[in-house]
Structure formats: structure tokens, C-alpha cells
Design a protein around this ligand. Sequence first.
Ligand code: ARG
Ligand code: GLU
Length: 718
Amino acid sequence: MIKKIFLFLFSFIFIFNLENKADEGMWIPMLLKKYNIEDMKKKGFKLTAEDIYSVNQTCMKDAVMIFGGGCTGELISAEGLLITNHHCGYGQIQKHSSLKNDYLTDGFWAMSREEELANPNLTVTFLVRMEDFTERILKDIDDNLNEKERQEKIAYNIAFAEAEATEGTNYKAKVKSFFYGNEYYLFVSEVYKDVRLVGAPPSAIGKFGGDTDNWMWPRHTGDFSIFRIYADKYNKPAEYSAENVPYKPKKHFPISLKGVEKGDFTMVFGYPGTTEEYLTSFAIESKINTLNPSKINIRQKKIDIMLKAMDKDRKVRIQYSSKHAGTSNAWKKWIGEKRGLERLNAIEKKKKLEKEFSLWAKKQNIKIYSELLPRYEKIYEELTPYSLASDYFYEAGYSLDIIRFVTKFKSFKSVNKNTQEIEIKTKIFKLNSSIKSFFKDYNKETDKKIFTEILKIYYNNTKKNFRPEIFNMVDKKFKGDINKYADYFYKKSIFVDQNKLRKFLDKFKASKLKKLKKDPAYQMTESLIDFYVEKIAGKLSELELEVLKLNRFYLDGLRKMQKDKVFYPDANFTLRIAYGQVDDYFPYDGIRYKHFTTLKGIMEKDNPEIYDYDVPDKLKELYKNKNYGKYADKNGNMRVCFTASNHTTGGNSGSPVINGNGELIGVNFDRNWEGTMSDIMYDPDQCRNITLDIRYALFIIDKFAGASHLIKEMTLVE
Ligand code: ARG
Ligand code: GLU
């Protein structure tokens, strides 16, 4: 009897747990029918799995794309108009900006097709189809191969499969690993290369709240920008040409003006980049207690210096705005993630699971499973110092602007006295655009300051054998004084000054090679790279390969142990569905955060003294007159953002947020700070994605920018 009650209770807890956890997961579109559609329908989705993903009919996937290299975008008109985040179009907006045409500050709106701005190198990528390729990729893989041989063989199989999948087409194919190499899927895609900037609100709207509010709720950022895809006259991808015409998509999203309320179904369809939900306690410990704190510390310093310089000088603000946003974004996320994992007791929870696994493994009597955890423990002890050295190399060395710039000159390495003059001239010619774009956003004083302070951190926090040779020279020649070394560096190097560099290159001959090789910036760059290649890379990849192998077995074992659980694969920048509902949350005892914000909140934050909160006059006027047109909610308020329980991550920026009828209700752009640990462990109580209410974007386009011709292109559902 007792046993029965216990069983009953247990099953209740189990079911309850499942229900509660159901918003977690980034699901494979092709498998929705098998695993998710029933649950989605229960939660309010009214269409079919084929309406989302199908190879036989037009479906939502035809309107979703990878925007650029790391964001998502979606089509919103029959003439190739797409919407993504302001922070996703930021690089393009920034590139078109100068003191004279400051689109970052003032916004940009093409009032006709002719005014739309071309963006060399910007592409959008549509998924044509996906397929389970596990069997093909693993067909001749023998379990007795060592890990290196195994990976080589798999790489060969992948290359072969990819080539075969696109033979005779202009498509691209990629096979990606899922569940740490337990499964493989093929993705065939089509890349459009003429994508033009159509509209962007001023940063005071599109980046309202800036990095102060980044990763935070309540949020009031109008984080969107508008582009248009162009195609050749056959509607096929083509390089930029004045002859190209707007792309005519198979499908674009209808836009709902009805808005959302708490409990409403939402789904996010896009390209989440990376998650690590199945990490072991050892990996989390290494990351949270050793690696991330060092990276946070380095970036903190960079950010402080940039902010000071940006506040002092408008030109520096334009030059460093994109760099600053990039540096601060991950920095702030890591801080939130650490807190979230601590609050969740993530390490304890993982240890508990690992204990269970060990007991199960013992029972299975399969050697590799029972050996896994001790092997993990040992390998992380060995790996962590190398990962740390690699992080320092990257964060405090290689990623310094001046160093990255010098790496572009690596082709000079092969120059010798026999090199033809024409060959040298070609090399220099090829560097022209890099030189131009580097110096456009270069401020010597700021660059030097960052260089100096970051190198100090590098020097003071690493042991001799875990840092580049060049520091020994600094020891010898400058008695370890980084300030003096930096003075010498910025006085002597030809790379820190555009005129000096141009002059040098104009007269460059093979005989001048010596001067180049003695340049302090060139030497520093070489030393960094040599260090990484000779002392870090080999060992690091050897250890990481071993971890990969353990992960593969561990996940395989976990899936066998938890037979009834449906596992979702970690994000790997392939198309996924996350679904859940509009929801508020309780971040701390006694505080409830409502699930939406309104324009009123923007007025409350308004403060012309603070750059991030300086509200444009025009917006204040629209607010005063309540001039919201059909974009207001039923109480006459202008909603700005809302939160929901969709499991998202970086890469989901710009993703369509869709209601139960398949209509666009918003554009995903962020998560809440309390929930950023969802990349490692999802907590249904705390994890929320942040969406721009589509009605606010329409209001800004229509009423603020007066670009109503764009609204006319869209399909609005009232
Ligand atoms: N946190 C968001 C994401 O991960 C937005 C980043 C851009 N915004 C910013 N203020 N840096 O990408
Ligand atoms: N802002 C992120 C991006 O650029 C999305 C936010 C997240 O990480 O969830 O993709």
C-alpha cells in the first residue's frame, strides 16, 4: 500500500515536473510532428507542423533567414522587406555613418527604393531543407578508432556528403553534429547577397537604454532595423547590381495588431547559436569559477576606458560604439550567468545527476560509462590551465584592435629578396580596404590606453610559461614596466599611424622587410601567434578532443538512462523552434515584474544628461498627443516590449516571435539578466526572452519616421 501511494506521489511529481519544464528546449523543425506538435496545440498553437516546416509546401521556414553572420531575420512583405534587430544591423548602420551622415544618431529611412543603401558582404541565408544524415556520416566509423582518426574520417564523410548534396545547384550544404556527435543533420541553404538598408530608428530608440539596460527587464528598446533583399530577374541570388530587383519570397509573415496578454502562446523561430545544457559539474566549475571571472575582469577594463573616451568626444563615440557594444554584451551576460547558476545551485544539481549516472552505469556494467566521471574530473584539471591561457591570449592579446589589424599583414611573411615587385604591390593593394576601415574607427589615444592597461592584466595574471615570449623582452628591456613598453610601441611602430603606414607601404620593397620585422607591433603580433601555436593550440585541441569523446558517451548514456525524456540538442546555429507563453516573473522576494512595458516607461527614464536615456523630442511629442493610431493596445497605451518563456540564446536576435495563428507579434532581441544561465541550465521560473512588440516598430516606422510606404507593403491583421 505504502509503495503504491509512493508510486502515485512519485508519478505526480514526475508529471508535474514535466509540465513545468515544458517551455525549455530548442526543437528541430523537422521533428516537431513527432515530439512537440501535440503539446504546442495544447498551449494554443492553431496550425500544423507542416505550416512551420515542410519540404512539400510553402511554410514559415521560407520566411526565416540567417541575417549576416550571427542573427536571425524574417520577411514581412511580398517585396523582400525584412525585419531584424537594430543591434543586428548595427554594423551596417555604423559603416554608413560619419559625422556628416550620422545614421547612428539620427536614424535612416529610405523614402524610395533608390535611396536604399547597399552593403557589400552582407548576406541572408534561407534553409531549403534538412535531413537526418546520422547513418551516412557514421556508417564506416569503427568504435575502435582513436578519437583523432574518428574525427578525420567523419570530416571526410561530411565533406563528401556536402558536395553531393549540392551538385549541380547553387545551394550550399552543411552537415552539423548534434548531441556531441551522436547524430548528424544535413542543411541545404540558399544565400542572397544583395541586401540593402531600408530603415533604422535613431539609436535613442533602437538602442534606447544602451548597455545600461542591456540584458535587463523592464526594457524599452525599439531594437529593430529594416532591410530589403534583392535578386536577379529570375528571383535568384546575385551579387549587388543596380539591375537587381526586390526579391519575391514564397512566404512572408502577416503581422498581428492584436497584441498579446499573459498566458498567450508564443513561439520563436530562429537560429540559436550555442548552448551547453549537458555540461558536467566539472565543466561548469571550470567555467564559472576560473575562466569567466578572468574574461569579465579584462573586459571590464576595456569597457571603462572606451566609455570614458566616448563620453569626451563625439567622433570617438561613433568610432567605438560598435566595439563597445560587442565587448560589453558577453561581459554582462557572463556576470548574469554566474549569478543565475549559483542561485540555481547548478553545480550541486549536476553532481546529483552524475551520482545517479554512476549508479546506473555500474548496473549496466559497461566499462566506458562507469569510467566517465573520474575521467572527466582528471581531464578538467589538466584542461583548465590551457583554456585559461587561451582565454588570456585571445581576450588580452589577439583581440586588441592593433594586433588584429597587424595580423592582416600576415601575407608579408612569405616575402623574401626574390619576391617580384608586382607581387608585393598586389599584396599591398589587397590590404587597402582593411587599412581604411581600421583607421576609420581608430583613435590613437584610446587604443594606446586599452593596449597598456590590458597588457598589464595579461602580464600580472599569467605565469611565464603561459604567456608569449615578448614579455621576456619587456622584462629585460623595460624592467617589466608596461607603460614604458607601450610608449616605445606607440612611438616606434608604423602601424599606429595611418600616414606613417601609407608612406612605408608606398615605398615598400623586399629590402625593407627587415624594418617591418623589427616593428614593435609586428613583433608583438608574431610573438602572440607563435606562443599560441607552439605552446597552447596542440595540447588544447588534444584535451578538447578527449572531452568531446567523453561528452559523446555521457550524453549517449544519459539518453539511455532517462528513457522517457525527450532530449533536445544543444543550440548549434541551426534553425530551431522554441515555444512557451507570454509570462511575468518574480526576480527577487517581494518583486513581480509585469510581462510588458509601455511608452510611459520611456518617458519615466528620460534624462538628457544620460546618453542611454536621452529621449528624442519627436517621440515625446507623439507621447503627449497619444498619437498611436491603430498601434495602441485596447486601453490606448503604446506597448514597447514583452517577456515570454521561450528558450532562446544569442543568434535568436531578430527572430520572429509568432502567435498561435502564425502571425508575427514581435521581434526577439534579448533575455532577462536573471535568466541568462539558460544557456547552461534553464529555470522555468526565471528564464524569459525579451521581445519587441511589433506594434511599437510599426508605430515608429509610421508615426515617428513617416515611412508609411513601408507599412503599405506589409500584411497587417487587425
Ligand atoms: N543582449 C542582446 C544580445 O545578446 C543585445 C545586444 C546588443 N545590445 C547592446 N546594448 N550591446 O545580443
Ligand atoms: N541579443 C541576443 C542576440 O544577439 C539574443 C539574446 C540572447 O542571448 O538570448 O542574439
